[in-house]
Design a protein around this ligand. Structure first.
Ligand code: ATP
Length: 200
């Protein structure tokens, strides 16, 4: 699995369609303070499904939409797409050699996620990246302050990072999902028994 490109449009300080292509090896982004370096990693976490506006350094989610400058009017939506080379088939259930994940948010609050052009739910994006280390909580994105957060984290929280790296997180997630389904089925069964009793 290899990150090929990041496409940004209307996200934070990027009102123009901007495509960054990543080559094999090391990529460094340099620029003066406030030029938008951190906005790039914000864009990457956002497209992967980040739900916390605070961790994206905003008060509300719509703050990621380009808010305008003296010379330019604000935009009505933000859109970010992440292009991944999936030739090794590491992305769960995806046969395609290239996978594009897209997230779009309108000022009205309406939002959409797409995987290779097909509308999906946030849950599908989470499941796609599970155990790859690339999800929004994955260990691939280490933001400022994250190292000290990991060092000072409770052992259970630190264990979650190791579990994701070891490929266990997906099974824990599936187990929780199965337990929730079981609970719902038991509730339905209970209701059904009540109805049966009433009828009898
Ligand atoms: P530093 O080196 O100081 O950490 P940086 O290069 O990482 O800076 P960022 O924090 O990525 O810079 O970008 C900050 C800039 O992004 C600010 O100029 C801010 O005004 C601009 N910005 C953030 N959100 C928006 C938005 N919604 N619309 C327009 N501009 C925005």
């Amino acid at each position: 699995m290899f990150l090929k490109a990041l496409e940004i449009y209307g996200f934070k300080s990027f009102p123009d369609k901007t495509r960054l292509e990543f080559d094999h090896g090391f990529t460094a982004v340099v620029g003066p303070n406030g030029s938008g370096k951190s906005n790039l990693s914000d864009a990457m976490r956002w497209v992967l499904g980040e739900q916390s506006s605070k961790s994206l350094r905003g008060a509300k989610m719509q703050d990621v939409i380009f808010g305008g400058t003296q010379a330019r009017s604000p935009m009505g939506f933000a859109q970010v797409a992440l292009v991944i080379d999936n030739a090794d088939g590491k992305l769960a259930g995806m046969q395609a050699e290239e996978v594009t994940v897209l997230r779009k948010l309108y000022r009205s609050g309406e939002s959409e996620y797409r995987i290779n052009g097909q509308a999906v739910r946030l849950k599908d994006v989470h499941e796609l990246f599970m155990d790859t280390g690339l999800g929004k909580d994955g260990y691939s994105i280490i933001s400022q302050g994250k190292i000290s957060e990991i060092v000072s984290a409770k052992s259970e929280q630190r264990r979650e990072i190791f579990e994701e790296a070891a490929g266990i997180a997906k099974y824990r997630y599936k187990k929780n999902e199965a337990e929730r389904k079981l609970e719902r089925a038991e509730e339905n069964l209970l209701r059904l028994r009540d109805i049966l009793q009433e009828v009898e």
